[in-house]
Design a protein around this ligand. Structure first.
Ligand code: ZN
Length: 181
């Protein structure tokens, strides 16, 4: 049973006060917790995936184009990892890390994530990041369909939408069979 920590969208545009599509305070409050999990994961020598949204400027073909204002545009500061979490990733040994650029909510959609996890014999995913009810949820649904055992850090996920956050936690547990840790 090999573990991987998946950090979803913990980047400036989703977390900082002046981020383009920010979750704001609830997202900032989980920074220390995620950073601590990164340090624990590094000590255990486990795999860490940093899956971050990436869009091209004025991409009218993106399904998000009509849903959200422009955010996480490639090669802009909006895509930089936020706070203590970013610091912990920069200090972590490179051979444990995989950075994935995603263009959909799920970290699995159109990315090599599943292959990279399987190459390492990973069976257990520990999810952290934002938003609980959007990108973390869609990643968890794909992980469920692919047969991974899912663990979600209750103190490591957040949303701008308190109701959505609550729904997501119950969906992880009761519908996807996830362990809430
Ligand atoms: Zn997006």
């Amino acid at each position: 049973m090999k573990n991987a920590l998946i950090i979803i969208d913990y980047i400036y545009d989703f977390v900082a006060d002046d981020g383009k599509l920010t979750c704001g305070k609830p997202a900032q409050e989980i920074d220390g917790f995620i950073a601590a999990q990164i340090e624990k994961t590094v000590k255990a020598g486990d795999f860490i995936v940093i899956a971050s949204d990436s869009h091209e400027k004025n991409d009218v073909f993106s399904p998000e184009h009509k849903l959200f204002p422009p955010h996480c545009i490639a090669h802009t500061p909006g895509r930089e990892l936020f706070g203590a979490t970013g610091e912990s990733i920069r200090n972590a040994p490179g051979d444990l890390l995989l950075h994935i650029d995603k263009t959909r909510y799920s970290a699995f959609a159109g990315t090599p994530l599943d292959l990279k996890l399987r190459e390492r014999g990973t069976t257990n995913l520990y999810l952290a990041g934002v938003c609980s009810d959007i990108c973390v949820l869609h990643t968890a649904v794909d992980a469920y369909n692919l047969g991974y055992k899912i663990h979600v850090y209750e103190k490591g996920v957040a949303s701008f939408n308190a109701e959505g956050h609550k729904f997501a936690l119950s969906h992880f547990k009761n519908t996807l069979g996830a362990e809430i840790v």
